[in-house]
Design a protein around this ligand. Sequence first.
Ligand code: B12
Length: 212
Amino acid sequence: MLQQLIRALAELEEDRVLEIVGRELEGGTEPLLILQACQAGMTEVGDRFEKKEYFVSDLMMSGEIFKQVSMILEPQLKSATQISCGAVVVGTVQGDIHDIGKDIVVNMLKSANLEVTDLGVDVPPARFVDALQETSASVLGLSGLLTLAFDSMQETVSAIETAGLRDKVRIMIGGGPVDGGVCAVVGADSWGADAQAAVRQAKTWLEVGAQA
Ligand code: B12
């Protein structure tokens, strides 16, 4: 059934996607598995865009469908307890407006009872610095899906260094094309392939134990 969900999203069949998601939830499927299937569908959309089978309007459509699914799954992914276990700042870097993955990361961090300041998209380096100073957060998550986002990530890390905050803040990066090589070039401390990795890393850095 999850294969059908992947295909329905790849085919941009909005009603079918929502129908399958509803049925899977009723049948007791883990919300995280549903989310991962939708992510696989989005990857297929991206592949078709690369092959010029899809256009930007199709990317937008896939984004809309994914956001609806996220809204349905969000309450199911939230845990019951609400005690904050640490502060994290998150945003999509300057020049990049992709926010679907970033929003999932934000929601999952919140679900882990972390206090998250979400700066949104197209965030300039100075805004990250301000937010870190305002919140005293010791963890920063940078998201970016475009190759040009790597430069913005590097500029953000440099701005944090210049502001004298680098030794107080651990920086993780993520988004479609990010990997260990990008992490090293950008000067971040860690990178993650998905939202679960972001939560694991933040909890490790914040030394949040089993209570979160
Ligand atoms: C939907 C989409 C759009 C939508 C975005 C809607 C929105 N509100 O976000 C719209 C239509 C606006 C869009 C626009 C563009 N897009 Co676009 N888009 C996509 C698409 C199909 C899906 C992205 C997505 O949401 N994936 C699903 C989410 C859940 O995955 P994710 O973002 O990777 O996030 C997960 C992980 O990466 C991780 N993660 C994310 N952030 C972080 C942060 C941390 C700290 C950690 C640890 C983990 C982490 O956790 C997330 C959840 O598990 C991708 C294709 C792809 N393969 O990714 C292209 C893609 C990213 N887009 C692309 C392009 C080229 C563009 C445009 C330039 C197109 C154009 N000609 O205008 C513009 C750019 C606009 C801009 N300045 O940013 C290219 C980028 C190529 C490149 N290497 O630079 C891609 C790869 C498509 C392709 N194959 O060519 N796009």
